[in-house]
Every structure is written in structure tokens, then in C-alpha cells.
Design a binder for this molecule. Structure first.
Ligand code: B12
Length: 192
């Protein structure tokens, strides 16, 4: 009789241990969720709602589409370049593997109104501020003299710092090319 009693309590103990482990795991998971903020989706239009409108000489809008760094994803950049050309803009596409210096020099030489960067490598937090800094070194202010827009794999958590650096809009995967063309048309207008 005594032996049977001990066995039962052992089983009961095991069950209690299992339950408490499960509880701990769920609490840890929800803590991580809270910390990273998975639930809150950051709205790009809300963050960039105060984008500037550039006044330009002449009617034709000039756009540069640049690919900086080692990123080899060029489908998005090519699609945007072609869509801009079809919309009647003058377009310069830099091709792959450009340095920020190369991109800025091309933008200045070609006197573009819009500098568009396509970045899917995850290096946007370095490359974008670097391009904007190099523009500034040459006396060109992002958001005042030139509209800087970017597209690609850009997490919502980076929108605010990119805006602060001088980016006027971020276009993530799935954005329609029509809305990109419309954004450029509304934010770059002929003078007068
Ligand atoms: C196709 C693809 C590839 C192809 C690229 C072919 C090519 N020539 O482009 C190949 C197979 C070569 C490839 C390789 C790699 N890839 Co890849 N690839 C993709 C994939 C599946 C789709 C990208 C794509 O072409 N989309 C279609 C185009 C039209 O969309 P888009 O570029 O996003 O463009 C849209 C917007 O972003 C915006 N936009 C983009 N650029 C611009 C520019 C301007 C000016 C504007 C206004 C708008 C804009 O407008 C477009 C229309 O909506 C993505 C996953 C995904 N769902 O995005 C992974 C992805 C980008 N790849 C990834 C990775 C890791 C790699 C590799 C490192 C894998 C490896 N270990 O080898 C390599 C890197 C190669 C290199 N040298 O860079 C990761 C990047 C992770 C990150 N950044 O944090 C992704 C996100 C996959 C993933 N979920 O992990 N890849």
C-alpha cells in the first residue's frame, strides 16, 4: 500500500513540472513579441506624409535609379527605370555595384531632380545616409534640391531614421509602379 502511494505522488510531481515549463515558455515568447513590437505595423504614408514638393526648371522630370554596394538584385531597379521612362521622365540607370561617390557624381552631372536608390541587401542604413552626406558635401540638399526616394527590402522600424536622414519616401515590395510615378509627379513640379 505504502509503495503504491509513493508512485502516485511521483507521477503527480512530474505533471506539475511539465505544466510550469510550458507556462514559462509562453511567457518568454510573449515578452519577445512585446520587445520587438511585431504587432504594430508601421505605416509608410504616415511617416513620410510631410514629403517636400520640389520646384524645377523645365517640364521634363529627370530621374536617376541607382544600385549601391554589392547588392545584385536588379529586377526592381530595372522595372522602376522602365516605368519612369514610359511615364515620360528622362532616366539614368547606374547599373550594379556603384559606390555612393559614383552615384552622387552621376546625379550631379546629369542634373537629376530625383535620386532613387534600390536596396535589397539590408545595407540601407549605411548606404542611404552616406549618399545623402556626399550630396551635402557637394552643396546639394536632399529634400530641397533633389528628391531622394528609396525602394526594396526596408523594415518599417527604419523609416523614421531614413526620413531624418533626408529620404522623402520608401517603397517596399508590392508597391504599384503607378503609385511611384504619381508620387514623383506630385513632388517634383515645374516652376511658376
Ligand atoms: C529574385 C531574388 C533573388 C535573385 C535576384 C535576381 C535579380 N537579378 O534581381 C537571386 C536568386 C540572384 C537572389 C540572390 C540573393 N538573394 Co535574393 N531575393 C529575390 C526575391 C525572391 C525577389 C526580389 C525581386 O526581384 N522582387 C521583384 C521586384 C520587382 O521587387 P522589388 O525589387 O522589391 O521592387 C519593388 C519595390 O521594392 C520598389 N523598389 C525597388 N527598388 C526601387 C527603386 C526605386 C527608385 C523606387 C522608387 C522603388 C523601388 O518598387 C518595386 C515595385 O514594387 C527576394 C524576396 C522578396 N520577396 O523580395 C529575395 C531577397 C531580396 N534575397 C535575399 C538574399 C539574402 C539573397 C542572397 C544573399 C542569397 C544568398 N545567400 O546567396 C543573394 C544575394 C545576391 C546578390 N549578389 O545580391 C533576401 C534579402 C534579405 C535582407 N535584405 O534582409 C530576400 C529578401 C529573401 C529573404 N526573405 O531572405 N535573390
Amino acid at each position: 500500500m505504502a509503495k503504491k502511494k509513493i508512485k502516485k505522488s511521483k507521477v503527480a510531481k512530474k505533471k506539475v513540472v511539465k505544466k510550469s515549463t510550458v507556462k514559462k515558455k509562453t511567457t518568454q515568447k510573449s515578452a519577445v513579441k512585446k520587445k520587438v513590437g511585431f504587432k504594430k505595423k508601421i505605416d509608410v504614408k504616415e511617416v513620410f506624409s510631410s514629403s517636400p514638393v520640389l520646384k524645377k526648371e523645365g517640364a521634363q522630370i529627370r530621374v536617376l535609379v541607382g544600385k549601391a554596394g554589392l547588392d545584385g538584385h536588379d529586377r526592381g531597379a530595372k522595372i522602376i527605370a522602365r516605368a519612369c521612362r514610359d511615364a515620360g521622365f528622362e532616366v539614368v540607370y547606374t547599373g550594379l555595384h556603384q559606390t555612393p561617390d559614383m552615384i552622387v557624381n552621376t546625379a550631379i552631372q546629369e542634373d537629376v531632380d530625383v535620386l532613387g536608390l534600390s536596396i535589397l541587401s539590408g545595407a540601407h542604413n549605411y548606404l542611404v545616409p552616406e549618399v545623402i552626406k556626399k550630396l551635402k558635401d557637394q552643396g546639394v540638399k536632399a529634400g530641397e534640391d533633389i528628391l531622394v526616394i528609396i525602394g526594396g527590402i526596408i523594415p518599417g522600424t527604419d523609416f523614421q531614421s531614413l526620413k531624418k536622414a533626408g529620404v522623402s519616401m520608401v517603397f517596399t515590395p508590392g508597391t504599384s509602379v503607378d503609385s511611384i510615378i504619381e508620387f514623383i509627379r506630385t513632388h517634383v513640379k515645374p516652376k511658376g
